[in-house]
Structure formats: C-alpha cells, structure tokens
Design a protein around this ligand. Structure first.
Ligand code: NAG
Ligand code: NAG
Ligand code: NAG
Length: 289
C-alpha cells in the first residue's frame, strides 16, 4: 500500500516535471498497420523537395495553379500531430488569388495527392483502406467560413462523384449545417458526422472505406488522444475508383456553376495545416488509433 502510494507520488512528480519540459515535437500515436500510401513529411524536407517527383511524397504537379508547391506550402512551427513522430513534421496547404487549377476559375484550390495513388485500379481503392489526416488552424491564414470548403475527399476516376467529403464552412444549397463545423458527408452528400472546428488544437480524423462491403466509418480524436469510432460502418457506395484529395478547395459564392464562375474576393491568404497523412491497410480490422 505504502509503496503504491509512493509510486503514485513519484509518477505524479515525473509527469509534472515532464510537463514543463515537453518538447514541441511530442506525439505518441504509433502506426499499426501496413502503409499503402505514405504522405508523412520528413523533417528533412525543404520546400523545393515538393517540386520534384524524386523528393516529394506528393505529386509535384497536382493539384495546384501556376505557382510551384515550393512557394505555396508552409512548414509551421507547431507541435506534431498524433501520428507524426520525431522524424516527421506538419505541412500547411495555402491558397491565394492565383490558386486556380487548370480552367477551374470558380475555385481557389491547392491540394496534395500522395504519390502512387493512381486514378484507376490503384492501391487506394481495393480491400479495406483507412485514410488518416490531422488538421490544425493557422490564425494568420484563417478560412472564411462564409464559403464552402472541401478539405479531404475521395473523387471517382470519372470525376462525377466523391465517395466521401470532409468539409468546412457553409455548404451551398443546404440550410441548418453549422459553418463552424467540420462535416463528413457520404457519397450522396448526406451529413454523417460533424464536430466544431477547433481554433488551436490538432483534430485527428480517419475514414475507413471497405471496398468489398461498401461501407464508410469515421474515427476522431483531438490533440494526442487515441482515435475512437464516431460512427458505425455505414452503407456507402465506394465504387468508381479514383484518388484521395487533401488540401483546400474553396468554392465561390453566388453561382450555380461553382467550377467556372461565382464570387471570390481578392487578397486571399488562407491555409490549412495537415499532419499524419497516410493510407493504411485495414484488412482484418487493423486500424491505428
Ligand atoms: C516513425 O514512424 C514511422 C512510420 O510509422 C516508423 O517507420 C519509424 O520507425 C518511427 N520512428 C520513430 C523514431 O519512432
Ligand atoms: C518553435 O516554437 C517553440 C515553442 O513555441 C519555440 O521555443 C521555438 O523557438 C520555435 N522555433 C522556431 C524556429 O521558431
Ligand atoms: C468572406 O467571404 C465573403 C463572401 O465572399 C465576403 O463577402 C467577406 O468579405 C469575407 N470575409 C472576410 C473576413 O474575408
């Protein structure tokens, strides 16, 4: 009894001591399952590494406008997200007035596509896969939640639908959705789960897509807490192949043709900080929490 009280006291003292000396790069999540697509960003990466296939974890040419990723990606000095250990760091996707992808003049858009994620018959759309991402807000580059944002989604290979969407802001054409929430929508654009956007803490998400059973399941935590399921495995049409999209797609206001027209203000300087980007093999129920 005495020894257990002593031990408790010692542990309390130890955790108090470490609390004052916690390094900024702290995170305790451990990836448990085979990584299928690896978007973890090594601490050694420099901005120009993101302009070349040889050195970027992402496609250096998509999704972006004329500006190279070396000029638009930022590497903020923030605590690591849950699955970024000491060898990895956060990456911030930013948009400005020139963030126009191809001829999509209605959008302001930049995003990360993990190398190896092919549009058809790729490793990301077979078996059971879990996409992990963590997000953090940059007070200097806040999103304007009057607009609708797609931040993470999986788009079919013919670009006609998204198997799921992770969104922020005001969803066009709907009422009652809170613009201050992150929202996960299924293929039918039905809201399946939402949570308040945290102005300062990391928020960790995972979506498991079962391509055999056609289901979708959402996991969530904040800070360095373990993920927990926040939905059951919900029926969802996961057919159509395609690719994972991670970044910012800001829709315009005041138009029914969001791709090509509508209103975007000038002087945009917005960002979304990402960490812990990877797709794992969730066969046999494996999932990193
Ligand atoms: C960091 O995570 C990666 C991916 O899970 C792993 O391969 C590596 O061993 C980890 N490094 C440390 C120092 O834990
Ligand atoms: C990063 O942030 C930490 C803690 O806020 C600070 O001590 C450190 O000096 C910062 N590093 C840089 C390069 O700004
Ligand atoms: C947010 O977007 C709306 C619609 O484009 C615009 O009218 C408003 O000025 C923007 N607000 C800020 C703070 O940028």
């Amino acid at each position: 009894m005495i020894s257990s009280i002593l031990l408790t006291g010692l542990l309390a003292a130890a955790s108090t001591a470490s609390a004052s000396t916690i390094p900024t790069k702290r995170s305790t999540g451990v990836i448990q399952c085979p990584i299928i697509l690896n978007g973890l960003v090594a601490t050694t990466k420099t901005p120009t590494d993101f302009d070349s296939y040889a050195t970027s974890p992402f496609n250096p040419d998509y999704i972006r406008g004329s500006e190279a990723f070396s000029t638009t990606l930022k590497f903020p000095n923030v605590t690591n997200s849950r699955f970024d250990n000491a060898t990895y760091k956060a990456v911030e996707v930013t948009i400005d007035d020139a963030s126009i992808f191809q001829e999509q003049n209605g959008f302001r858009r930049a995003g990360l596509q993990i190398q190896g994620d092919t549009n058809t018959d790729g490793p990301g759309t077979t078996g059971v896969r879990t996409l992990h991402w963590s997000v953090k807000q940059d007070a200097e580059r806040a999103l304007n939640l009057t607009h609708e944002y797609l931040n993470v989604w999986h788009e079919t290979s013919d670009y006609s639908a998204n198997q799921f969407n992770f969104e922020a802001g005001t969803i066009i054409g709907t009422s009652g959705s809170d613009k201050n929430n992150f929202k996960i929508l299924n293929r039918q654009n039905t809201l399946v789960w939402s949570t308040t956007i945290d102005a300062s803490a990391w928020q960790n998400f995972a979506v498991t897509l079962d391509f055999d059973k056609n289901t979708l399941q959402v996991y969530y935590s904040t800070r360095d807490e373990p993920l927990a399921a926040v939905t059951t495995a919900l029926a969802n049409d996961n057919s159509g192949d395609g690719q994972y999209q991670i970044g910012i797609l800001k829709k315009p206001t005041g138009t029914s043709d969001v791709v090509n027209s509508g209103y975007q203000e000038t002087g945009i300087d917005e960002g979304q900080i990402y960490g812990g980007l990877f797709l794992e093999d969730s066969a046999s129920g494996c999932i990193s929490l």
